[in-house]
Write a protein that binds this ligand. Structure first.
Ligand SMILES: [Fe+2]
Ligand SMILES: [Fe+2]
Length: 330
């Protein structure tokens, strides 16, 4: 028997949960600019989520609609449709925070315009080099399939990070102890719980349609480096444009301080994401707790209020109007 079997991704059994989008809504009227009282650095470090996720998660949905026709496993297809529904809601919920920040004097548009360009143009349906050379859309065939697989792998890599952040925020008791705004905490924990709930979907999809280890390493390096770059840049943007901080500057010292105090994830825990994801036996189900996520969602003010609201059906639209894959694969 080959010993390579011991190096394959090993999921934890019985972690599967049916996914549904919750039609949440948040009232930001009483949320202060520094929603972690007295800690603008940590507030704005977490606020970067509102800059990146609206365009980023819209892009997940865009890419997954293209890959849907290539899924040959009924349960995985259902999971991907559930994932699409949840990510569409996440994108919208974070987008809804931006006008509130603007009302408080912090216009996010200069940064979000760049993030929109990144996801819609650079990571759009043409590989970046073809974009740069203004080559027309890719014809059906191997190049477009290669680029689709590359993007599916990038999403799997990002989802390792979002599952980590989801697990972190569900357990970040320091935020409660500091008196963080309850509405913002509920947004972060509702989102975090759904990230934990669907943490295996993107990686399972990547394994199903490709799963190549070199691609996993390459796209992880790209995605992780890009996230670190965008995050520090976003934090600097908020600190420098915060009207209440005339000399606002992001600092690594504050970042390490907040990590030690549990108000932000610890840098060491973030560094461990790298060997985790690159392990040959990595599977997302081995990290985080579905049970804890379900328990939070059962008591979340936004998620429970959503039960009484008519459901939106982004997943339904995804199945009714899939973007046909350029190869015509079905
Ligand atoms: Fe999400
Ligand atoms: Fe996600």
């Amino acid at each position: 028997m080959s010993n390579t079997a011991s190096l394959r991704p090993r999921p934890v059994a019985s972690e599967h949960t049916p996914l549904k989008a919750r039609n949440v809504a948040f009232d930001w009227a009483d949320t202060p600019l520094h929603w972690i009282p007295g800690d603008p650095d940590s507030t704005h470090t977490i606020n970067v989520l509102h800059l990146l996720l609206p365009a980023g998660e819209r892009w997940f949905v865009h890419v997954y609609k293209q890959v849907l026709p290539q899924i040959r496993d009924a349960r995985l297809r259902e999971d991907v449709i559930g994932f699409i529904g949840q990510e569409a809601m996440h994108s919208q919920a974070h987008d809804d925070v931006l006008p509130h920040l603007e009302r408080l004097g912090l216009d996010p548009t200069p940064y979000t315009a760049q993030v929109d360009w990144l996801f819609e143009k650079l990571l759009g349906d043409r590989p970046p080099l073809l974009n740069a050379w203004a080559v027309p859309p890719l014809p059906p065939g191997r190049a477009s399939q290669w680029w689709l697989m590359e993007r599916v792998a990038i999403i799997a890599a990002i989802e390792h990070c979002t599952a980590f952040l989801g697990d972190w925020v569900l357990n970040a008791e320091a935020l409660d102890a500091r008196g963080a705004d309850p509405t913002m905490l509920d947004l972060l924990r509702w989102h975090g719980a759904e990230e934990v709930e669907h943490r295996s979907v993107a990686f399972d999809l990547f394994l199903h349609v490709d799963g190549g280890y070199r691609r996993r390493v390459r796209t992880w390096a790209t995605a992780f480096s890009a996230l670190v770059f965008l995050w520090q840049r976003g934090t600097r943007f908020f600190m420098e444009n915060d009207p209440s901080l005339p000399d606002g500057k992001a600092s690594f010292r504050e970042f390490f301080r907040a990590g030690r105090e549990g108000v932000l994830p610890a840098p060491g825990a973030m560094a461990r994401l790298v060997p985790q994801y690159l392990s040959r036996t990595y599977h997302p189900s081995r990290y985080g707790s579905t049970e804890q996520a379900a328990a939070y969602l059962a008591g979340s003010p936004a998620a429970t209020a959503a039960e009484a609201r008519p459901a939106q059906h982004p997943a339904h639209h995804a199945t009714q109007q899939p973007t046909q894959h350029p190869t015509g694969a079905a």
